[in-house]
Design a protein around this ligand. Structure first.
Ligand code: CP3
Length: 348
């Protein structure tokens, strides 16, 4: 069974020999070969918008590790860029928007230039041809999370600018979210046409909204994007999402990605009951532990799960630049050598 067959089998609930493997940010700065390519371009945008370079960095972790799927190399903020807002990716400290959107005046400057995203679609088409034995994953940012970056300018965990806008000028924020939602729907449809096997919606900042606001300001837009994907598999990733699990499951996604703050056995059981797939769970910082602790943590976690059929075990967030590549190999080897229980579950 090759990686693509395993990945599609997992998505389609057909028999597989073991869960497929892929990790968020598997291509990135923790790899010296990525840093070499990155140092040869003027900025991060150039990497995202050059299909030859973007696909080269996608291949890098596949050459090192036994992975079953690849995620297109780009960024959720490319959509913000395509909508006319300039983003600067500095050497460290995260992305910065020099002219944040804070009033109806800035809304007038929004325009969606689809051609900006064309190179990312070309990267997906190229990967689809060059990686016949791997799944190919596309992605988009949730409108709420894109708006967090666009309104905050330089993000902090208080999100004070966007929350001020939400309470003071809700109609302005609604218009911004609708604008991003329309762009995201188009982008998702095109990624599917280009060959993406599955789409992830990254809602990295949805967790900051709280239960009363989450549906109205984040989830409903994610639902619209899912509808644009039609019956194609879509995974929803909201960081810190356990409090919203029922609302998220009610939208009937194909799958959800979880971080380490969600209790795994309970979350998996609730997902399995509704035939929803699960991705993620482990804290990337676990990879700073000794090899013995990493192996023991993985095995103990897996031993506590009755059936592993609905779970693609992985890190619950992206690999950070401080992680040793050898620890990723150990993480994947430990998972791959485990004796999985993949018996199909009776679902209700
Ligand atoms: O391998 C992959 O996962 C694919 C590529 C990918 C990147 N960003 C590359 C990237 C993906 C899927 C993303 C998604 C993304 N980008 C999210 C959602 C997931 C999450 O992390 O919560 C968010 C919130 C962003 C926004 C963003 N882009 C931030 C906060 C940063 C800076 C912080 C950081 O991790 O570096 C970026 C820049 C970025 N995106 C880099 C990479 C490899 C580093 C840029 C560089 O090489 O200089």
């Amino acid at each position: 069974m090759n990686g693509r067959e395993r990945f599609l089998g997992f998505l389609n609930r057909t028999p597989i020999d073991r869960p497929p493997m892929w990790i968020m940010r598997q291509a990135g700065r923790y790899l010296p070969e990525y840093r070499a390519v990155r140092s040869g371009v003027t900025d991060f945008h150039q990497l995202c918008y050059t299909p030859e370079l973007a696909s080269e960095v996608v291949m890098q972790p596949l050459q090192r590790f036994n992975l079953d799927a690849a995620i297109v190399f780009a960024d959720i903020l490319n959509v913000v860029d395509a909508c006319g807002t300039e983003i600067v990716f500095g050497q460290s400290g995260g992305p910065c928007i020099t002219k944040p959107i804070r009033s109806s005046r800035e809304l007038d400057n929004l325009c969606f230039k689809k051609e900006t995203l064309a190179p990312i679609l070309q990267t997906i088409s190229k990967l689809r041809i060059e990686l016949p034995n791997h799944g190919v994953i596309g992605f988009v940012g949730s409108p709420w999370t894109l708006a967090c970056y666009a309104v905050e300018g330089q993000i902090t965990k208080e999100l004070s600018q966007i929350k001020t806008l939400l309470y003071k000028e809700p109609l302005v924020l609604k218009q911004l979210l609708e604008h991003y939602c329309e762009a995201a729907c188009w982008f998702v449809e095109e990624q599917i046409h280009a060959g993406a096997d599955c789409i992830i919606i990254f809602d990295s900042w949805g967790g900051a909204l709280g239960c009363d606001l989450f549906n109205e300001w984040s989830l409903q837009y994610q639902q619209t994007i899912m509808q644009a994907a039609k019956s194609h598999p879509v995974f929803l990733f909201t960081r810190n999402s356990y409090a919203y699990l029922d609302s998220i499951l009610a939208t009937k996604p194909n799958g959800i990605c979880i971080d380490w703050t969600c209790p795994l056995p309970e979350t998996l059981k609730r997902c399995q009951n509704q035939d929803v797939l699960l991705h993620g769970h482990f804290d990337p910082k676990l990879l700073h532990a000794s090899d013995e602790v990493i192996q023991q943590t993985i095995r103990q976690t897996l031993d506590h799960i009755e059936s592993h059929r609905h779970w693609l075990p992985s890190l619950g967030h992206g690999i950070t630049p401080d992680i040793e590549p050898n620890k990723i190999k150990l993480f994947l080897d430990t998972l791959q050598q485990y004796h999985w229980n993949l018996a199909p579950l009776m679902t209700i």
